[in-house]
Design a protein around this ligand. Structure first.
Ligand code: ADP
Ligand code: MG
Length: 670
């Protein structure tokens, strides 16, 4: 029944089925997965859209034109107000209202002088409930019509359970069928909650099973790549650096190399605060993979960062005769084509790129190692997509992040990954002093910038907006540029950088900044991720109240990277108690981990994981922070069903496996 075309539903003709189809609803399954976005609790205070009265008249049907019959019923309520119920092409409606009887009707109201007009009103008793679902509107389909179609379908569904029976019983969860019924037409608030709870459980369960399956896939021993360790070459590479590695960096490198030596494939997270030097750990371990004749791929979230890593890699590997290639959107087509050809070949190559690398026509022969930089920007599905590029052999995966996720939470989510941490910063890392300045106090800001530039330093100024916006009292990149042009700083070299510029221009500006041809770079947070310019010493953050703590910490991690100390200036114009608290937290702590936790307390999980990530995991109902209790149960249950190892459980896993590709569809709606 589920895969039947929607046209088979009573009351859905060709016209409506086409509109449904245009909105992605082709089958009955699609329709029932079109979950409400909210509900009208019509018993409560929102009684505006309900009319209760006695039927005073049932008018004769009127044929307005071919294919359009209008049926009208009149009601009067206790205070004498009249309503006209109007139905299009539903002549049968006149039989469901009996003259003199009292009805409660819900629908779209239009107030006229003499009447309340109610289009396609529904009798409330039709829902056996006073909770009415609210769906995301579909153009061309009225909400009452949608509700009635949904009602027809829901009354007939008989869905197969998609969680193991043991789990349903153990946790007293609603069956899938009841949960779907209740999510559309809940009898009361309690049954709605039960339904939501069941879907939360389901999402989290699928998420964990999915990661587990992915991990099993990665870790099938016979398929892992066993690398030789090129000790001397690795030592040569390390010695070519103009700094010595920190203890934690060496430890992380060692952990990865040990794993490279074994048959097991690597699935490791490298966690380290901004500036802790994760990139070099990646490069050194990549080097060994390349020496073994395999290819490696480093994926980063922005083009600027890709270019930066590319240049670093070129410099680092120059003496070692290693091919490094850059694959990003702005690379010319001809060059892209030739890189893609090379990737199909035998030669070891380090490929650095953005999501452009994920495109289907990029085939990488002998891909042995993938490194994701700043991994929180990538969703789960993007990751698995890339891993599948390896084809044949299981490649190793290293994800690097500077946004530490609070420990407890982290363990729940990445339960299947090994972790390396870089806690100590390179000893030459210079202190960054953070200060707070009110936006009126422009002179002090100018003074700080002037002093630094005259000493030979360079400055970033970060704004929350690109262009002026009348509705928001925030500093924009463009307005700040204008301001500085007519300020005591006007004689300095000032340039701008933001996301609306094309990639080529962005790279040019960044190059100029790196070469010291720009003194003050005004930008949006495009510079937040990973950018490294050793000579930059000042970071001014405009409207600092608008940014998250972790984000500001990332931003100030951009300075103090060279031999000079840095200053981070937090500029605010509003100072409510929350802002004050946040600013003082930033002034007093330089611990990215602590700040991430504070952030979480203030802002909730969505921002930390990034909206995209949320979508990619397919969580619609579940919230990793607030549903930690369910999360805990799910983890327990997975161990429990694993221990049962019945055929039913095996089938469940096979089922999930099969659904992996469509999982987002089955648990993501609207
Ligand atoms: P992050 O961990 O934030 O990605 P990077 O890898 O970009 O940090 O490193 C920041 C800067 O520190 C780079 O310029 C890098 O060359 C340098 N660096 C890395 N390790 C060390 C070290 N042990 N000593 C000195 N400088 C280092
Ligand atoms: Mg980095």
């Amino acid at each position: 029944m589920l895969d039947k075309n929607i046209i088979s539903v009573k009351g859905v003709g060709k016209k409506y089925s086409e509109i449904f189809a245009q909105n992605g609803i082709h089958t009955i399954e699609d329709l029932i997965m079109y979950f409400p976005r909210g509900y009208d609790f019509i018993n409560s205070s929102s009684v505006k859209s309900v009319f209760e009265g006695i039927v005073t008249e049932v008018l004769r049907d009127v044929s307005v034109r071919k294919n359009l019959v209008i049926t009208t019923i009149k009601l009067r309520n206790d205070s004498g107000r009249n309503a006209k119920l109007i139905y299009f092409n539903k002549p049968y409606m006149k039989h469901s209202f009996i003259l003199g009887n009292r009805y409660k009707v819900y629908g779209t109201f239009k107030e006229t002088k003499n009447y309340v007009e109610i289009l396609n009103g529904e009798k409330i008793k039709d829902f056996a409930s006073e909770i009415v679902p609210k769906y995301k509107t579909i153009k061309g389909i009225g909400s009452t019509y949608l509700i009635s179609v949904m009602n027809t379908v829901i009354n007939e569904i008989n869905l197969e359970e998609n969680l193991p029976r043991e789990i349903i019983e153990r946790r007293s969860l609603l069956s899938l069928n009841d949960a779907v019924i209740n999510i559309h037409f809940p009898k009361d608030k309690a049954s709605l909650e039960e339904a939501i709870n069941r879907f939360k459980y389901q999402e989290l369960m699928y998420f964990f099973v999915k990661t587990r399956l992915l991990k099993n896939k990665l870790n099938r021993k016979e398929k892992g790549i066993k690398y030789k360790i090129f000790t001397q070459e690795l030592i040569d590479l390390k010695e070519s650096l103009d700094f010595s590695l920190t203890g934690d960096q060496n430890k992380a490198i060692k952990q990865i190399l040990i794993e490279q030596k074994t048959e097991d494939s690597i699935n490791r997270l490298l966690q380290g605060d901004v500036g802790s030097g994760k990139t070099i750990v990646a490069f050194i371990t990549i080097f060994n993979v390349l020496l073994n004749g395999y290819k490696a791929c480093m994926i980063v979230p922005t083009e600027i960062l890709a270019v930066q890593h590319y240049n670093e890699a070129l410099k680092l590997f120059e003496k070692f005769n290693i091919k490094v290639r850059l694959l990003v959107g702005s690379v010319k087509d001809k060059e892209k084509k030739s890189i893609k050809e090379e990737l199909k070949g035998e030669e070891p190559i380090l490929l650095i790129g953005t999501h452009a690398v994920l495109e289907d026509d990029v085939e990488i022969y002998k891909l042995g190692y993938i490194v994701f930089d700043e991994q929180h920007r990538f969703g789960v599905s993007q990751r698995s997509k890339l891993i599948h590029k390896g084809k044949g052999e299981n490649c190793d995966v290293l994800v690097m992040t500077a946004t530490p996720i609070p420990r407890t939470l982290f363990l729940y989510i990445y339960n299947d990954m090994d972790i390396s941490s870089i806690k100590e910063l390179p000893s030459n890392r210079k202190k960054v002093e953070t200060i707070h300045v009110k936006s009126e106090d422009k002179d002090s800001i100018y003074e700080i910038l002037k002093k630094e530039i005259d000493k030979g330093g360079q400055c970033y100024m970060v704004c929350p907006l690109i262009e002026e916006n009348e509705k928001l009292d925030l500093t924009s990149v463009e307005s700040l540029y204008e301001e500085l042009k007519s300020s005591p700083l006007s004689h300095y070299k000032i340039d701008i950088l933001h996301g609306k510029m094309d990639n080529k221009t962005k790279n040019e500006v960044m190059d100029k900044f790196k070469n010291g041809d720009v003194d003050i770079l005004i930008s949006t947070t495009v510079i937040e991720v990973g950018i490294s310019v050793a000579n930059a010493t000042v970071m001014v953050i405009q409207n600092a109240e608008r940014f998250g703590l972790s984000q500001i910490h990332q931003l100030r991690g951009r300075i103090g990277r060279g031999s000079k100390e840095g200053t981070c200036v937090l500029v605010t114009n509003s100072m409510n108690s929350v802002t004050r608290k946040r600013i003082s937290t930033l002034l007093s702590s330089n611990d990215g981990f602590y700040l991430a936790e504070q952030d979480l307390k203030i802002r909730g999980s969505g921002d930390v994981f990034g909206y995209k990530q949320h979508g990619d995991t397919g969580f619609v109902f579940a919230d990793i922070i607030n549903d930690i209790d369910i999360l805990r149960k799910v983890r327990e249950d997975i161990d429990y069903i694993d221990s049962l190892n019945t055929t039913e459980i095996q089938e469940f896993y096979i089922n999930v496996q099969r659904k992996l590709d469509t999982i987002d569809k089955t648990i993501c709606f609207n």
